[in-house]
Ligand binder design. Sequence first.
Ligand SMILES: *Cc1c(COP(=O)(O)O)cnc(C)c1O
Length: 425
Amino acid sequence: MPRPIYATVSRSALAHNLATVRQHLASAPGEAAGGAGGAGGVGGVGGVAGGAAGSEALRADASGAFHPSSPSSRFGEAAPAATTASAPASAPPRIWAVIKANAYGHGIERAMAGFSNADGLAMLDLAEAVRCREAGWVGPILLLEGVFEPADLDIVGRYHLTIAVTTDEHLDMIEHARFARPVDVFLKLNSGMNRLGFVPADYRDAFQRLSGFAQRGKIATVGHMTHFSTADGPDGISEQLGVFRSVTHGLRGPISLCNSAASLRYPEVAADWVRPGIALYGSTPFDDRSAESYGLKPAMALRSALIGTQDVPAGGSVGYGAAFRAPSPMRIGVVACGYADGYPRHAGTGTPVVVGGVRTRLVGRVSMDMLAVDLTPVPGAHVGTPVTLWGAEGLSVDEVAHAAGTIGYELLCAVAPRVAVRSEA
Ligand SMILES: *Cc1c(COP(=O)(O)O)cnc(C)c1O
């Protein structure tokens, strides 16, 4: 028998979360993302430079002189209503399901199945994008960091991938590339995060170069994207949104702004495409609001079992460094799960763990292959008693992450290859 640790990934939870985010976006107060008079749904954010009028200009121009066919219409789906001038006023934003990092640890193929209703998939790795095409995904695929060398553009062309354009090097590579048919791109604005993208002063020149490539038939659509650094915090998005608005004012093309935090907190700015990741896996992007409160369900559960118990006398220590000492005689359970499985080593005494359906606490330091739990509230526990580390029985990955001083994202991505993953309906 293998070690009893395993993860489960629920396809229905992934699908449920996608539908929940979609519904949340659709029910944004007043101006749900779209349409001619919809103002791109920005009015809801107070004090934003540019305001609704600027957004309306963006929206009205969104028909785009140079996208004879949208990415999806080329794949035989309906044209994206939100990017055409004739869009109905209620055109909902489209969703790129972000599946980078092996779908936040859930597995690309599983995520593809769970997100079959997504409008597109977004990721980083060319090889993962090719895997999605080969597994049958015909809709748009966005490479969030663009390409890394000129040869990548051959694959972009061959597999109809949409790329972020973030540097002058990207523009040079496109200039020298040959495509069998025009490629769709999203030009990325560095609106304040100072990670990827063109600074405001250079953005319009980059757009002009892309427009030139479009006229030469290399590029179909040029969209506009930026990424918010504080959508989850008190600073919000208004400053970056204001920069985005003024820099892109009057330029044609579809717009993509929102990660999970912005999609959940500012659904009224969703525009043409949103890019949620973490929310789709049922974990929260916020410190102060749970995924459950948005109706999201954990897609991954990490489970194991007790492989030993110890009766520790008062004053006895548990684990490396004797970091925990029993204040009185207590029974300890040893769980087959350690940091080499992806459990965070910085989770200290008190981190919640569910043993035999009962919530208890981790004690002492997490070892490479094991961790110890307090069996005081579970007197009947024995070798073989099931243990939930996160993602089921009311224990969220976010609670465990918080106890370890990190975020749910890191825990989900870090589940180790040695942990078997079972797909669930
Ligand atoms: C990772 C990523 C996202 C998704 O972020 P979440 O916080 O997981 O929703 C969106 N856009 C870009 C550019 C990203 O890199």
